[in-house]
Design a protein around this ligand. Structure first.
Ligand code: NI
Length: 223
């Protein structure tokens, strides 16, 4: 499932993040790339040891991990510290799949890839995130502050930026539910469950759906 979430960052938080990034040094993005990705990656990233990292993460991650759509779609077990990437004119990231296992001492499996868009769509040309899905290619370019979630197993690339600057935060989630298909079912069921519980909290069918949801999570979650 490919899920777009609007306004993960409020306008105010976005403004703060952008002003922090203005004073943050970026390094060559290939430093953090695996063997295969190195050959196709051409961007810049905030160094993991940059002093601004904590401040950025506090704003971006706090906004993301508390978002109800994120929680319902990702069913997160662990989430990685994000990368902040910059693509200026001529930069791109060719076709690749993200590394399956990430982290050093603290390893995790990447089930879901997330991009939070930090530049407005009018600030750059090109730079679309292109994801191959079973229904064809999806080209994603969202408003500043919006995010997209997609299975980490998908082949994807970032088109060359032909004007301006594309800033994004990218991160990965190890989900409690490994299968993308099962996560999608749970997301749909939870959407129905929430509206049933809101509209008819005492109805027997609302309770039945709620119990099914809880027990499917119990059946399918692993740690
Ligand atoms: Ni990627």
């Amino acid at each position: 499932m490919l899920l777009k979430i609007s306004s993960v960052l409020t306008a105010e938080r976005l403004k703060t993040v952008r002003s922090i990034l203005k004073d943050t040094p970026f390094v060559n993005g290939t430093l953090s790339a695996g063997l295969a990705a190195k050959r196709v990656k051409n961007n810049e990233e905030v160094a993991m040891n940059a002093t601004q990292m904590n401040q950025l993460n506090n704003i971006v991650m706090a906004s993301l991990v508390t978002h109800p759509d994120y929680k319902s779609a990702a069913l997160p077990h662990r989430i990685a510290a994000p990368f902040y990437a910059r693509y200026t004119e001529g930069m791109e990231y060719g076709d690749h799949v993200d590394d399956p296992v990430m982290g050093a001492a603290d390893r995790y499996r990447s089930d879901i890839s997330i991009t939070v868009f930090l530049s407005g769509i009018d600030e750059y040309d090109g730079g679309e995130l292109v994801i191959k899905t079973s229904f064809g290619e999806q080209q994603i370019k969202l408003n500043a502050g919006d995010a997209v979630l997609y299975p980490s197993s998908s082949l994807h690339h970032v088109n060359p930026v032909t004007r301006g600057e594309r800033l994004v935060a990218v991160t990965w989630v190890q989900s409690m539910v490994r299968s993308a298909e099962q996560r999608e079912l749970l997301y749909q069921l939870n959407t129905a469950r929430e509206s049933l519980l809101k509209a008819r909290p005492e109805a027997a069918e609302s309770k039945a759906v709620d119990i099914c949801y809880a027990n499917l999570i119990r059946m399918w979650s692993e740690f």
